[in-house]
Design a binder for this molecule. Structure first.
Ligand SMILES: [Zn+2]
Length: 260
């Protein structure tokens, strides 16, 4: 009985501690085994491989203004710049090299199901309440991959807004769902590539402005028809044929965005 109580107390303590504190209590093994993905080498400019791609997926939200990080598995200058922004945002040493510190922060941020800490698969799946990832133009696997990248970008956006909650009111939409809600026929929601956002503590204009710095090439907000009660963000550049900056569409006239 006593043992039981003690065990429960230890568990409660562990749950109450932030990840860093647990790491210092429990001797960390040389290689951290993560429930989702574990990196086995340092990554920096010039390296390539699937481990680089896994990193790119998770730092895509730190792409910088009017830029994107391609998930091409090649660690180039844009990936390095994104890693530097990630490091700066989380108070790590800023060197553009993904090593133990950077990986430890990513492990801390990701759940075992690979979603970032503050977003979940169920928030992004079929927006009409049916759930699931089918019924769009892509395979369920591709759609989920897009949704996962969207979530990591949202995690970055959320961080930059002062760690305040962002609520997703619509993520992936099947064709049926999309027509039901009157979405555009080529909506990025069909690809798992978009999210509609509201915030209790930040204005829609604050969300729309910040989204431009977090890899979202599509931002539609107040002043655009149908977007006065949420901000729509998407990754249209990665999805479309035109991956240049010309593929960017930002419009929120009531926020001074997209107005000459
Ligand atoms: Zn939308």
């Amino acid at each position: 009985m006593r043992v039981h109580t003690l065990k429960r107390a230890v568990i409660a303590l562990a749950l109450a501690l932030p990840g860093a504190a647990i790491a210092s209590v429990v001797a960390a093994p040389a290689a951290h085994a993560d429930g989702c993905y574990t990196w086995n080498r340092n990554l920096y400019q010039g390296r390539s491989g699937s481990d680089v791609r896994e990193l790119q997926l998770r730092v895509a939200g730190w792409a910088g203004n009017r830029d994107i990080v391609e998930l091409d598995g090649r660690y180039g200058p844009k990936t390095a710049a994104a890693v530097r922004r990630f490091q700066a945002a989380y108070g790590l040493r800023v060197d553009g090299v993904a090593g133990p510190q950077t990986f430890a922060k990513l492990y801390q941020l990701q759940d075992n199901d690979c979603t970032p800490r503050h977003f979940s698969w169920s928030e992004l799946d079929d927006g009409c309440g049916r759930g699931g990832w089918t019924g769009g133009p892509l395979t369920a696997t591709q759609t989920r991959q897009n949704a996962l990248r969207t979530m990591w970008k949202l995690e970055a956006l959320r961080k930059s807004l002062g760690d305040q909650p962002l609520t997703v009111t619509s993520g992936f939409r099947s064709r049926t769902c999309n027509s039901q809600v009157g979405g555009a026929t080529d909506s990025q929601h069909l690809y798992g590539n978009a999210a509609d956002l509201v915030s209790r503590s930040r204005s829609l204009c604050q969300v729309a402005r910040a989204a431009r710095n977090h890899g979202f090439s599509g931002v539609l907000g107040p002043g655009v028809s149908g977007h006065n009660n949420h901000v729509h963000v998407d990754s249209r550049r990665e999805n479309n044929q035109d991956r240049s900056a010309n593929g960017t569409t930002w419009a929120a006239p009531n926020c001074g965005i997209g107005v000459d």
